[in-house]
Design a protein around this ligand. Structure first.
Ligand code: FAD
Length: 391
């Protein structure tokens, strides 16, 4: 068996939650090992739309929800990190759009009246017109109203690459994970046959958490998966658009983000209501047809004759909630030395790390001395989904 190791915090899962946490712990002097069995970011993180929500869309009903409150500080924290003067140095990570937009294609919908009256958005939303409109909406035929939300959109591949840099030598590519116990208590993990002792073990493996908990013989917390059927479109006529397009209901009819492909073209990535229940029930061809119809109705002036389309099925992994309600915050549960959680949103990765750090502080877990790590097999960076689906 290979040599055993010890570290302060052993993290399982190299998506945004594990990578962000890893960087913060290292910055505070903790030694860490982060285990990833696939590619870094290759779970949900690189399939996300990269929107750093501030909670505005949750106020669409006019009701102030927990989400509007908890998430409100995230854009500021991310902006500071991206400027190089925040809790992590993310300078160099590409910002795709400095704002996300709220777009009402017709007249001001009824639900918007209460939305603008709500405390969650007051002072944070401005109407934009003419040249201030997102490029895809700058057309004489465009009708409707557009509001600028103070929410960023990030290029997630460059974010994951930067966090992998901040991880230094702590990353470990491995597949098989078993519990390591002492006096019937978890004291680390056996990873591909190698014992790794740790003061705390954090499971941040997204949809993989359920299987890991089962392997460790732990029943709680339960996990829920929320399926989505996203649509991607790539073509020479597409221009950047970052917007929630509103329909009549509480959820955006379609949420569009735009991502740079390696060949210089733009890729529209379409989620929102289009990708939920009815969208999940459609097969790929029907889902593409639905998206084509939606985009033709919303942006009839865009020449789609050379656009290529694809779909992506992906589950959002979250703590189980009654009635599949969207959780409001990052979630963390503790059981002795084991911590397990889901950020529930990319934007909430800082909140997830805060919760782990608060636990370490409360439990008086301090950086200890450990032998330097040997050279470990390093997991690869995940690739953008549009490169795989629409090369
Ligand atoms: P993941 O990114 O899934 O990472 C978990 C990692 O753990 C994976 O790399 C996986 O390979 C690894 N793993 C699993 N099992 C094991 C194991 N046994 N051993 C070792 N490693 C393991 N949020 C936003 O804030 N803004 C958005 O615009 C947004 N858009 C989204 C769009 C879509 C289509 C989806 C699906 C989600 C979106 N989200 C968004 C949510 C966001 O992507 C997730 O909340 C977030 O990425 C979860 O991060 P994570 O690190 O917990 O999980």
């Amino acid at each position: 068996m290979s040599q055993s190791l010890s570290t302060d915090v052993l993290i399982v899962g190299g998506g945004i939650a594990g990578l962000w946490l890893n960087a913060r712990l290292r910055q505070q002097g903790f030694s860490t090992v982060l285990v990833e069995r696939g590619s870094l970011g290759g779970g949900q993180s690189l399939k996300s739309q990269g929107i750093i929500h501030g909670g505005a869309k949750y106020a669409l009903h006019g009701a102030l929800t927990g989400a509007s409150e908890a998430i409100a500080d995230m854009p500021r924290r991310w902006r500071e990190a991206l400027a190089g003067n925040g809790e992590l140095d993310l300078s160099g990570v590409r910002i795709l759009s400095d704002a996300h937009y709220l777009w009402s294609p017709g007249t001001l919908a009824g639900n918007l009246t209460s939305f603008f009256a709500s405390k969650a958005v007051r002072g944070r939303v401005d109407q934009v017109k003419g040249e201030q409109l997102p490029p895809a909406l700058q057309h004489p035929k465009f009708k409707g109203k557009v509001y600028r939300l103070a929410e960023l959109v990030l290029d997630v591949p460059s974010l994951i690459a930067r966090l992998a840099e901040l991880a230094g030598d702590s990353l470990l590519a491995a597949e098989r994970i078993e519990p390591l116990q002492e006096n019937a208590e978890l004291c680390g993990l056996i990873i591909d046959g190698r014992e790794i002792r740790a003061q705390r073990v954090v499971l941040s493996a997204g949809a993989g958490n359920a299987e890991l908990l089962a392997a460790l013989g732990v029943e709680q917390p339960a996990q829920q998966l929320r399926p989505l059927h996203m649509v991607l479109a790539k073509g020479p006529a597409l221009k950047p658009l970052y917007a929630h397009c509103l329909g009549g209901g509480p959820k955006p009819r379609v949420t569009v983000t735009t991502h740079p492909a390696a060949d210089g073209q733009w890729v529209w990535y379409l989620g929102g209501d289009l990708a939920e229940a009815d969208g999940v029930a459609r097969d790929e061809a029907a889902q593409i047809q639905a998206a084509q119809k939606e985009m033709a109705a919303l942006l009839p002036w865009v020449d789609q004759s050379q656009t290529r389309w694809a779909t992506l099925r992906v589950d959002r992994a979250e703590p189980a909630q009654s009635g599949l309600v969207r959780p409001d915050n990052a979630f963390l549960a503790e059981q002795q030395r084991l911590l397990v959680g889901w950020p529930t949103k990319l934007a909430l990765a800082p909140d997830f790390a805060d919760r782990v750090l608060a636990t370490l502080l409360r439990e008086h877990v301090q950086p200890a001395s450990h032998a330097p790590l040997p050279e470990l097999p390093r997991p690869a960076l995940g690739q953008p989904v549009w490169e795989a689906l629409l090369p």
